[in-house]
Design a protein. Structure first.
Length: 355
């Protein structure tokens, strides 16, 4: 028996493909292969490369590097920094959003200085998304700044009850605010760190069961699902010094299918969070004849052995899943079927429809 459902190609507005600068972890080819294997037909790359994407030259270099090598469509975000402010008008039509790092994470883009933050929030175009990495108390600061400057704020990877409560309150007040959640923050808790060791380390860190339960019971207040695909090699994860981040492109949709089978979320809500909402929030162009087929009844086990991501591991290794991606179709062409990439790279660079 099969129970095949057709979904629109998924959109992931938060991935780290690590090129240029860290191609031993991932690159445009392996990262976008992982995308189509995971049902994603558009992904948007974050700017926190070792040489961050905070000027037009770095952005153009990244776009050029990706040309002809991507299996899904690929878009780009710009990096928030004082030095980036003079370029905002020049790059705004080429990027989907500005990413501002207000807490420590991978890369050199952290900003804690209030004047610098004020300058960035006030200058970024008001009709374009301003994304923040802002955990707990820092989120209060981000919301205050965005209210002051009337930004279109998008809160990345909500992980704790306190964060979602702040966002729900701001929404009630009529603020322009949206947020995303990663599947690791819906399926893992701080207790899993004992089992996973450094493989369970990411930013924001895994939270309590109470936090996870709160996210699930308020899933309708969260706008999008993002993988926050952030690969590091096994050697790096097993080293003494912690590197934060986990891959997610190939496991997010399977975990969502499991959640639909478990009746924790409806398929309509999955489509809203992975396609309708990200498209609307970020002005992402339509892709003609592009879809994913899933078999809701097929049972299988997530394995480190069957991944396209260069890092070759997942925190969900060994997890049994009901619901499997059968096929990904990009512009009428089957690009992934029965666990295999079936066509050469046919993805394109993608840009916002209007802003
Ligand atoms: Zn991230």
């Amino acid at each position: 028996m099969t129970n095949i459902i057709k979904l629109p190609g998924l959109i992931d507005t938060h991935v780290h493909l690590r090129e240029p600068g860290n191609t031993h972890k991932e690159d445009f080819e392996t990262g976008t292969k992982a995308a189509i294997a995971g049902g994603y037909t558009i992904i948007i790359d974050m700017p926190n490369n070792p040489n961050p994407i905070t000027n037009p030259e770095a952005l153009e270099e990244k776009i050029k590097l990706a040309e002809g090598r991507v299996y899904s469509d690929l878009g780009f975000h710009f990096g928030g920094a004082e030095s980036a402010v003079p370029f905002f008008q020049e790059v705004k039509d080429k990027v989907f959003g500005l990413k501002v790092y207000m807490n420590h994470t991978t890369g050199p883009l952290l900003i804690e200085d209030n004047d610098e933050l004020d300058l960035i929030f006030s200058n970024w175009p008001k009709d374009k998304v301003l994304m923040v990495h802002a955990e707990q108390e820092t989120l209060t600061k981000a919301i205050t700044l965005a209210k002051k400057h009337k930004n279109k704020l998008h809160v990345c990877h909500v992980a704790r009850r306190i964060e979602l409560e702040l966002i729900m309150k701001a929404k009630e007040e009529g603020m322009s605010i949206t947020c995303e959640v990663g599947m690791h923050h819906l399926y893992l808790t701080e207790d899993d760190v004992k089992r996973l060791g450094h493989y369970g380390m990411m930013r924001p860190p895994l939270a309590s069961q109470e936090d996870v339960d709160f996210l699930w019971s308020n899933i309708n207040s969260i706008d999008t699902i993002a993988s926050d695909h952030a690969p590091h090699t096994k050697e790096e994860k097993e080293a003494e010094t912690i590197v934060n981040g986990v891959p997610g492109l190939e496991t997010s949709l399977p975990l969502l299918l499991q959640a639909v089978n478990d009746e924790r979320i409806t398929m309509n809500r999955v489509i809203e969070m992975t396609s309708t909402n990200p498209r609307k929030i970020f002005n992402i162009p339509e892709q003609a004849d592009t879809y994913v087929e899933v078999d809701m009844d097929e049972e299988w086990t997530i394995s480190n052995e069957n991944l396209y991501t260069k890092c070759g591991w997942t925190p969900f290794n060994g997890m049994k899943i009901k619901g499997k991606i059968i096929k990904t179709v990009l512009r009428g062409q089957t690009v992934y079927e029965n666990d295999k990439i079936t066509e050469p790279a046919s993805g394109k660079a993608t840009y916002p429809t209007h802003s």
